[in-house]
Design a protein around this ligand. Structure first.
Ligand code: SF4
Length: 479
């Protein structure tokens, strides 16, 4: 395979390239553009004109420096061994193959795809989507030899992208519906994926029927099909082995897999917990599940489209930095939207807190993600989860939860977090002991006001020689 006719280099060495705002020629898709997508479809050979690239909308050379545009990438492939189950796995490779191009940064997947093209690439002559389509076709056929023919259509016209976007959304939903039809107990094989290790070297997804990949694009069915056609590829079988802890979703085979694939960094995973030995997160997660210590055992969820700050005062980007990179981060988990609808969703954390299941730990959600999963939430919970429309100030959340009768308010963790901290502190003081672990609450007076804010540390050990808390004085204007 040669890319000598392409004006920039192409290869895996460029994966992980970052293109910052001041280096960018144009931005395609992403959170500021309403409709964008990428989709792969398997077609009959006679329907594909091999190598054909079609552009519907303005080309790169017609776009203004610094502008933003919609992007739809439709890759259609054919081959005698291809089956529909492979579409999602092929689709995930759009991310990888775009990132092979020196001068393209590609993030996310499906309808959250987000690309930047660098000024340097355009200056070198990468000024047409024809070039991108050609690169994709060559890489698909070279890296996945079962693909015999491929054609690419790229949409950048804001009106003409609407129809294929709606079609893509229907296809994603159909895939997700099928994925919801089986449970972990129904299968004797799980699957792993290391496609994101170029960004997060210690991350490997474990994909089970009840735990879709955190990028939200690879279900257990998709992973099974990929591992079958390319057993030495980035998706592979993970025999679950011995069940060590059924409630937590701890399996000897999954532990062995993560130990090997994280190069010894991580040796234990609870598939159904966000608080203890949680699944690692790369950076492609559809949503973030975050612990809200102020509610004892409660959690919040925001997705990538959430604009603004969540109930904990952080925007998606700040929480994503905390969550991603292949770390095991209790209290910050990258998840797929589909996992929220799973009966195993953080089940261990919910049952441990005395709730019916994990979903009952959710006390707050971004409105957009709540609307997407609303019909799958238990009926007795749906209207007891606040969104930014009901509560945007954390200090008001407990009163709201008590008012609607959210089951979290009956848990011991909630009562301690909201009302019982002073009592515990007194007990510890009486004993005169150091408190290495447990729940510690302290109030730090804020600048210029009574009350300040409360810091709750749960199940953590802190060793420090000293702590300095400084009041930041407002700067005086020079006269
Ligand atoms: S998020 Fe997981 S399943 Fe999705 S591409 Fe990355 S490693 Fe694979």
């Amino acid at each position: 395979m040669s890319f000598s006719d392409i004006p920039v280099d192409v290869g895996p060495v460029y994966e992980g390239e970052r293109i910052r705002g001041n280096q960018m020629y144009v931005e395609l898709g992403g959170p500021k553009i309403e409709k964008h997508f990428e989709l792969v479809r398997v077609k009959a050979e006679k329907e594909i004109e091999d190598g054909k690239v079609t552009l519907i909308g303005p080309d790169i050379k017609d776009m203004e420096l610094g502008s933003r545009h919609p992007i739809g990438i439709l890759v259609e492939v054919a081959g005698p061994e291809l089956e529909e189950d492979l579409e999602a796995v092929f689709e995930r490779r759009v991310h990888e193959f775009c990132n092979f191009v020196n001068g393209i940064m590609h993030l996310n997947q499906r309808y959250t795809n987000w690309m930047r093209l660098s000024k340097t690439a355009v200056e070198k002559g990468f000024n047409s989507f024809q070039l991108l389509g050609t690169v994709l076709i060559r890489l698909y056929k070279a890296e996945l030899p079962i693909i015999k023919k491929a054609q690419v259509t790229i949409y950048t016209d804001p009106k003409k992208i609407e129809e294929p976007y709606e079609m893509a959304m229907k296809i994603y939903e159909k895939r997700d519906e099928r994925a919801r039809s089986i449970n972990d107990e129904d299968v004797d094989m799980f699957y792993g994926c290391v496609l994101c290790q170029s960004f997060a070297p210690t991350h490997a997804c474990c994909i089970t029927p009840n735990r879709m990949s955190l990028c939200g694009s690879i279900s257990w069915f998709d992973a099974r099909a990929a591992a079958r056609v390319d057993p030495k590829g980035p998706l592979y079988e993970v025999p679950p082995g011995e069940t060590i802890n059924e409630l937590a979703g701890e399996f000897s085979g999954v532990n062995e897999m993560i130990k090997k694939r994280s190069l010894g960094e991580i040796d234990r995973i609870y598939l159904y917990s966000g608080m203890e030995f949680p699944h690692t997160s790369c950076g492609c997660f559809e949503a973030i599940d975050f612990f809200l210590p102020e509610t004892g055992a409660g959690h919040g969820i925001i997705d990538r489209n959430f604009d603004g700050v969540a109930i904990n005062g952080l925007p998606f980007s700040a929480m994503a930095n905390q969550t991603g990179g292949g770390k095991q981060m209790p209290g910050f988990n990258g998840i797929s939207i589909q996992y929220i609808t799973s009966p195993k969703y953080q089940k261990y954390d919910g049952i441990k807190a005395g709730l019916k299941s994990g979903i009952y730990t959710i006390v707050w959600m971004g409105k957009g993600v709540k609307e997407r999963v609303y019909e799958y939430l238990p009926e007795d919970l749906r209207d007891k989860i606040a969104t930014e429309e009901e509560v945007s100030d954390l200090s008001e959340l407990p009163a709201w939860l008590e008012n609607v009768g959210h089951p979290i308010v009956e848990t011991e963790e909630y009562k301690v977090a909201v009302g019982g901290i002073e009592e515990e502190e007194e007990e510890w003081e009486e004993e005169g002991a150091m408190v290495p672990m447990g729940t510690v609450g302290m109030t730090i007076p804020g600048v210029g006001g009574a009350g300040g804010f409360k810091v709750i540390l749960k199940n953590c050990k802190i060793h420090a020689e000293s702590i300095t808390i400084k009041k930041i004085e407002p700067k005086r204007k020079k006269k």
